[in-house]
Design a protein around this ligand. Structure first.
Ligand code: BG6
Length: 472
């Protein structure tokens, strides 16, 4: 059963909702720049206005209160607080986040704060190539110190970094995110720097004696072998060694899986790891209070020879079935699972995979867990002034049930944050891929908010502490 203090929540990120991209002293982030390069986002969409949460936060948080949310997960925009990435603090930025935090607390909603959700200050990219350099550790830690000094008196849950595995993959392997590179060695080095940042920030938080809980959120997909052939079983094992456990271990154990690391070394793409790194990473792994998991889908793995298929860009149009096979030659390829349904963006729908993920992470790391994102991106339609998003209700009900199954197996799950509260900007898919409980008409300059059927569904889930979906 869900504990009585279980945190039912919903999540967003600064760039995807705030808008006000050049208002009140905010500096320029790498996303402000990236969206202006032709062809980089779906039909050139950007977050200049987004949902205008910057000006509409009171209305949005009032809706959260009406739904009964126990927690609101949002991220801080680094360039709103430190327009140049370091140096002088922009008090207007601090004021905005104080307002959000205080507005949440007014309704008894626990603010869950992500310090970094991909909107790196452009100055740091220009000065030393951002995540490619170890210099990021110092700048990020100083930025986090300011966030703690200003907000930790009221914030009990801190997520240092959101999905470091995704932004380094999309930024350094697939060139779909800034800085738009395709260099495997750089990807693994940048990922290593994210782990160092996490570790340095966790250590600081603990040394300063703040009372809240701190962790980071990794995108996690459990894996299945595509068949019972030894080749596919081996491909699945290689996937865990170089992806799922690889990404998690460095944050939660302070070291990489041995086989995976050695393989990358042989390929000449392993990151440089110093003895000091390992000491810091291991210390922080012990100090972290929880593991954040963003779960959307599982992966089904098949044998991929050394001259096999490479990584390919994915479906950003919503044309079902348009994705191509993708993999890492010599390790694995990701194939379609014939037993499962897919979304219009070709994301597999697999609630049982969530139960499996929660159990395997618990078995491996023995830490409390937070689901910091889970949700369904879909085309929604307004009909007679309503949005009947039964498909989303079905998705969420099955995934919440999957959390319950994991709880029954002894997983210590503290929170579930559905992605997202209102419809938001999807980085590469524009405004047509919708996740929210609240529909926003982006064609209308007033950006009107409309509660979808899923809003009421989740309201009942929260009111009954999950019992409403367990009854059948
Ligand atoms: C996660 C991110 O990867 O998935 C979110 O943390 C993102 O920022 C979400 O929006 C859904 O992805 P997408 O590509 O469908 O918007």
């Amino acid at each position: 059963m869900f504990k009585s203090d279980f945190l039912w929540g919903s999540a967003s990120s600064s760039y995807q909702v705030e808008g006000a991209f050049n208002v009140d002293g905010k500096g320029v982030s790498i996303w402000d720049e990236w969206v202006r390069i032709p062809g980089k986002t779906f039909k050139g969409t950007n977050g200049d206005i987004a949902t205008d949460h910057y000006h509409r936060y009171k209305e949005d948080i009032a809706l959260m209160a009406e739904q009964g949310l126990k927690t609101y997960r949002f991220s801080l925009s680094w360039t709103r607080i430190l327009p140049q990435g370091h140096g002088k603090v922009n008090e207007k930025g601090i004021e905005f986040y104080n307002n959000i935090i205080n507005e949440c607390l007014k309704y008894g909603i626990e603010p869950m704060v992500t310090i970094y959700h991909w909107d790196l200050p452009k100055t740091l990219q220009d000065d030393y190539l951002g995540w490619e350099s170890r210099q990021i550790v110092e700048d990020f830690t100083n930025y986090a110190a300011i966030c703690f000094e200003r907000f930790a008196d009221r914030v009990n849950y801190w997520i240092v970094i959101n999905e470091p595995n995704i932004f380094t993959e999309l930024g350094y392997l697939l060139a779909m995110h800034p800085p738009g590179k395709t260099d495997m060695k750089l990807k693994f080095q940048a990922y290593h720097h994210t782990a160092l940042v996490h570790a340095s920030v966790v250590k600081l938080f603990k040394e300063k004696g703040y009372s809240g809980m701190i962790g980071s959120s990794i995108a996690y997909s459990n894996g299945y072998p595509a068949s019972d052939t030894l080749e596919d079983i081996e491909a699945c094992r290689r996937y865990y060694e170089t992806v799922s456990y690889y990404n998690m271990d460095i944050y939660s154990k302070g070291e990489y899986p041995e086989w995976g690391f050695n393989y990358l070394k042989e390929m000449g793409v392993a990151p440089e790891v110093t003895l000091e790194d390992t000491i810091l990473l291991k210390e922080a792994a012990k100090l972290s209070d929880f593991i954040g998991i963003n779960y959307y889908q599982s992966n089904t793995l098949a044998y991929n020879p050394v001259n096999g298929v490479g990584l390919t860009v994915f479906n950003t149009t919503g044309e079902k079935g348009s994705s191509k096979e993708s993999g890492i030659p010599g390790l694995f390829k990701m194939v379609r699972n014939p037993n499962l349904e897919y979304t219009d963006w070709d994301w597999v729908i697999d609630p049982q995979g969530l139960t499996q993920s929660l159990i395997e992470i618990t078995n491996r790391y023995q830490k409390p867990l937070i689901i910091s994102e889970n949700g369904l991106g879909a085309f929604d339609k307004v009909e007679d002034g309503r949005v009947h998003d039964d498909y989303r209700i079905d998705y969420l009900a099955k995934h919440i049930k999957a959390c319950h199954d994991a709880l029954e197996e002894g997983v210590n799950l503290l929170a579930y944050c559905a992605w997202s509260f209102t419809d938001i900007l999807s980085w590469l898919n524009g405004y047509q891929k919708r996740y929210g409980f609240v529909y926003i008409d982006f064609e209308d300059d007033n950006l009107p908010r409309l509660k979808k059927d899923s809003f009421l569904f989740y309201q009942e889930v929260i009111e009954t502490n999950g019992r409403s979906i367990l009854k059948d």
